[in-house]
Design a protein around this ligand. Structure first.
Ligand code: PCA
Length: 217
């Protein structure tokens, strides 16, 4: 049976008019390497975003879930290695919530590691001339929250246990930096192509590649 992949983006937050994550997700083809793509926009809201994702996972019963979000200031498309059990908001979410140092799930692990082939994704991005890097922190805002929520659901719910999930941060898209000086960006076409390349790498690599790609500091 053909694989099913849920890929989510977020709605705009922090005063931005667009969120490059969902703009790029919208542009993805309907199938990638034979897998059917289910595109979902999540609210940049603590709690509600996880509830919406859980509902979609229960309905669609995907093989993979890849959540995507904006990381303004990053140069590369960055698959995330790990999500941590804490929310610490620098700015309020889209419903005005600003949790400080709150656990996401009181009965969850301190952290969950993704099982997505993040190094294979980065290698494929670079081979296609799109900047890519493994990231070792998804922050403590709604993106870490959704990644943690996704991995918590996979690790604790029988119905989700065979799903592989993870998270990819993307830079601003070019139109967002017109009035910001010295901020890196990629075009929405590059971001969307980059996500497509990551999904192809995901389907083609059941295990991640062993390749040095670590970070010092
Ligand atoms: N980026 C934010 C939340 C929504 C988004 O696209 C983050 O990095 O936490």
């Amino acid at each position: 049976m053909d694989k099913k992949i849920i890929i989510t983006g977020f709605d705009p937050f922090g005063g931005e008019k667009i969120n490059p994550s969902y703009e790029a997700v919208k542009m993805l083809p309907e199938t990638i390497s034979g897998a059917t793509i289910f595109k979902i926009e999540l609210p940049t809201v603590f709690g509600k975003s996880i509830d919406a994702l859980k509902k979609a996972m229960a309905e669609i019963k995907p093989d993979y879930v890849v959540c995507v979000g904006q990381s303004g200031g990053r140069f590369e498309i960055t698959p995330e290695r790990v999500a941590i059990n804490v929310s610490d908001a620098r700015i309020p979410d889209n419903e005005g919530q600003s949790p400080i140092d709150e656990p996401i799930f009181a009965d969850g692990e301190n952290a969950y590691f993704t099982k997505l082939p993040i190094k294979a994704m980065v290698k494929a991005l670079k081979e296609n001339n799109i900047p890519g890097a493994v990231s070792n922190t998804a922050g403590t805002y709604v993106c870490n929250h959704i990644m943690y929520g996704l991995l918590y659901l996979i690790n604790t719910y029988e119905e989700f246990k065979d799903i592989k999930g993870g998270f990819i941060h993307v830079p601003y898209c070019t139109e967002q930096v017109i009035d910001k000086r010295n901020e890196p960006s990629l075009t929405r076409e590059q971001i969307s192509k980059g996500l497509e390349i990551c999904i192809e790498a995901l389907i083609n690599n059941t295990e991640d590649i062993k390749e040095q790609n670590g970070a010092i500091c």
